[in-house]
Design a protein around this ligand. Structure first.
Ligand SMILES: *[C@@H]1O[C@H](CO)[C@@H](O)[C@H](O)[C@H]1NC(C)=O
Length: 322
């Protein structure tokens, strides 16, 4: 995650997960899905080589970049989830850290009542206090911007919609019609998550996905299955997503209309890749100033420690700050 300094300095609990910095090992991909296309994404030096844990290096990089930030690091053990991961439309979506969001309530101390989850490909350009102050009504476990114009059917397969035990039946009785929401930015009520045993419920959908392919994306669909039609809607300014283009081409995309509090490079195209390749999209330049990674020979930001030695298996899933 790269966050503008004012946002990170807010005296608030912010939870940021480091995702998508790594390519899929494919370790969890099983079954008869071998025919799916594979896309190489992040360059190797960002993916690491499975060497020693880099918690110490992450700690010093964060401390150097955000001197006034108080934070804790909670490592996520990838083996908590690898057996549950199915192949998806894009190899990077199969990386275990994509699923760390399912385990926040377990990773964080029981006394933490709420978390803001942010993907690693977001840039907060506003004070996250405003997002933190989102009011979750009694029934809501998750708050996130909703996109009701998106065709919800397309997030699930025909096998899902045609199964009389699944399909419409799953969403019957929800507070509202189910709409798509993006799981890269979520305010999560951890108490309700824990008491509703949602980690187990996400895992149950992942088990079903292994038996019967009900969706094509990675970690997102189980959240739609559990919370679509129930989430507390947050202003769209908090997830200007899709800046990475689609899941196949990763082409340049402009911002949506309206105010912007958070930019999200969801999709295949990542700003660090496009910058490194010398083919940035116009909005990628905004990312550059906040990228904590310093490549070898990049003397321009030599004051911050290098992230080059962080390995993908060891990148801590969560940084909790207050
Ligand atoms: C939504 O997507 C489904 C499945 O691809 C399609 O059958 C349906 O016509 C679409 N609906 C609209 C309104 O575009």
């Amino acid at each position: 995650m790269a966050a503008a300094a004012p946002a990170m300095r807010a005296g608030l609990a912010v939870l940021a997960a480091f995702l998508l910095l790594l390519a899929a090992s494919g370790a969890g991909a099983e079954g008869a899905e071998g025919a799916l296309p594979r896309f190489a994404e992040a360059p190797e030096y960002r993916n690491g080589d499975g060497a020693e844990p880099g918690v110490g290096e992450l700690r010093s990089a964060l401390a150097a970049s955000f001197p006034s930030l108080r934070f804790e690091i909670y490592p996520f053990r990838a083996d908590a989830v690898t057996g549950l991961i199915s192949a998806s439309v894009r190899a990077a979506l199969e990386a275990p850290l994509n699923y760390a969001r399912n385990y926040l309530a377990d990773l964080l101390p029981k006394c933490v009542p709420r978390a803001i989850y942010l993907d690693s490909d977001v840039l907060a350009v506003d004070d996250v206090r405003r997002l933190w102050e989102t009011r979750l009504p009694a029934a809501a476990v998750v708050a996130a911007p909703e996109y009701c114009h998106a065709n919800f059917s397309r997030y699930f397969t025909d096998a899902f919609w045609s199964d009389p035990d699944l399909g419409e039946r799953v969403f019957a009785g929800r507070r509202r019609a189910p709409c798509y929401f993006n799981t890269g930015v979520m305010v999560i009520d951890l108490r309700r998550w824990r008491s509703g045993n949602y980690r187990h419920r996400v895992e149950q959908w992942m088990e079903l996905q292994k038996e019967k392919r009900i969706y094509e994306l990675g970690s997102l669909p189980p959240f739609l299955l559990l919370f679509a039609g129930e989430v507390e809607a947050v202003d769209h300014r908090w997830n200007q997503h899709g800046l990475g283009g689609d899941n196949i081409l990763g082409s340049c995309r402009p911002l949506h209309k309206g105010p912007v509090s958070l930019m999200h490079w969801s999709g295949k195209g990542k700003p660090w890749d496009r910058l490194d390749a010398g083919r940035p999209c116009p909005l990628d330049h905004t990312w550059k100033s906040y990228d904590l990674y310093i490549g070898d020979g990049d003397a321009s930001q030599a004051s911050a420690p290098s992230w080059a030695s962080l390995s993908s298996s060891a990148l801590p899933a969560a940084v909790f700050s207050w």
